[in-house]
Design a protein around this ligand. Structure first.
Ligand code: PLP
Length: 357
């Protein structure tokens, strides 16, 4: 069978969740949207269920999958509902629901609900994606209270630039949030992973870590919390063919790499159809037979080439780590001009194999 696989270390996932909680000092919703950033939402939720205060997903489809698998913990729908008809299911399954737009508020007012809802009322504090305008926020809160359909409201917002530690924008967003929520006696939630890791003084009763749960850092620079994260996913495969080439020979599609000396090249069963980024250039780090080496030439659909010239112990059948404990996904992402989030979410075709660490 094809040797490409992604090993998922559930013990590392639990470690990272505990770390998020410890650093934040408050309750934490484990963000497992998009199939837990490619790590498998059901298995990740099961691994965390004993310790997690709750989970957050993008939409009701993702939440229903978790309930169907027996997850009883609170689950927040980060985009709320897309149509009012979802409210019956939200009540039936006890989902918590973001309200980010006035149309959602009106839908709640106009729909009969069998049980009162838990609403996370989202403010647009400056990211300008979703969230209520600051001038509408207090009135929305009061209307939800008056609707008789809501038992609890949590005040939330989301940062646009928390991964830029010297940027004043996050502080400006906090100021907008603080002004909008003045006098509203409700719990608050602002912090995603970069804010948990880099913005300790932002007020929070709840944090919403995502990428850090998977052991990857949102920062390009060093960070003391990042140093304590454990990578959860190891994407690996094997060398399926070895070539000895003289200097001056092209390698792969488009001849994007030309040997500059006599070289040994390993062909690895891994390509962009598995989610490995096609834009990763020559030089992107890989680990071959336990030693750091580099990608050579263009990534193709099912295969890619690595440099074995200075890895004499490597040969046919050698294990190659594309990212994981040794080759950080954030470093691969940096080389490929993307972010670790996208690397994880793009994973496909590769079987996930779970271990307890
Ligand atoms: C995805 C998401 C998060 C988690 O973000 P990370 O950067 O992965 O920690 C938190 N809050 C909201 C609203 C999100 O959409």
């Amino acid at each position: 069978m094809r040797p490409a696989r992604a090993l998922i270390d559930l013990q590392a996932l639990r470690h990272n969740y505990q770390l998020a909680r410890e650093v934040a000092g408050v309750r934490a919703l484990a963000v497992i949207k998009a199939d837990a950033y490619g790590h498998g939402a059901v298995r990740c939720a099961q691994a965390l269920e004993d310790s997690a205060d709750g989970f957050a997903v993008a939409c009701i489809e993702e939440a229903l999958e978790l309930r169907a698998a027996g997850i009883r913990a609170p689950i927040l729908l980060l985009e709320g509902f897309f149509e009012a008809s979802e409210l019956a299911l939200i009540v039936e399954h006890d989902f918590w629901c973001v309200v980010h737009s006035l149309w959602q508020l009106e839908a709640i007012e106009q729909t009969a609900v069998a049980k009162p809802l838990t609403v996370w009322l989202k403010l647009d504090s400056g990211m300008h994606r979703v969230g209520l305008h600051p001038k509408d926020y207090r009135a929305a809160y009061e209307r939800l209270q008056a609707s008789g359909k809501v038992e609890k409201i949590v005040l939330m917002s989301h940062f646009a630039r928390a991964d830029e530690l010297d940027c004043p924008r996050s502080s400006e967003q906090v100021a907008v949030f603080e002004a909008a929520r003045q006098g509203l006696g409700a719990e608050v939630s602002l912090r995603n992973s970069p804010a948990v890791m880099g913005w300790p003084s932002v007020p929070s009763d709840w944090v919403r870590p995502g990428i850090m749960l998977y052991g990857s850092t949102p920062f390009e620079e060093n960070n003391s919390v990042a140093a304590r994260l454990q990578p959860v996913m190891t994407l690996e495969s094997k060398v399926i063919c070895v070539r000895e080439l003289p200097a001056g020979e092209p390698v792969g599609y488009g001849a994007k790499f030309i040997t500059d000396r006599p070289m040994r090249i390993g062909v690895v069963a891994m390509g962009y159809a598995d989610g490995y980024p096609r834009h990763a250039p020559t030089g992107t780090p890989v680990l071959v037979a336990g030693q750091r080496s580099r990608l050579l030439g263009r990534v193709s659909m099912d295969m890619l080439c690595v440099d074995l010239t200075d890895v004499p112990q490597a040969g046919l059948g050698s294990t190659v780590e594309l990212w994981g404990r040794n080759i950080l996904a954030s470093d691969v992402a940096l080389a490929a001009g993307t972010i670790p989030y996208q690397l994880f979410c793009n994973l496909r075709r590769v079987p996930l194999q779970y271990s307890e660490g």
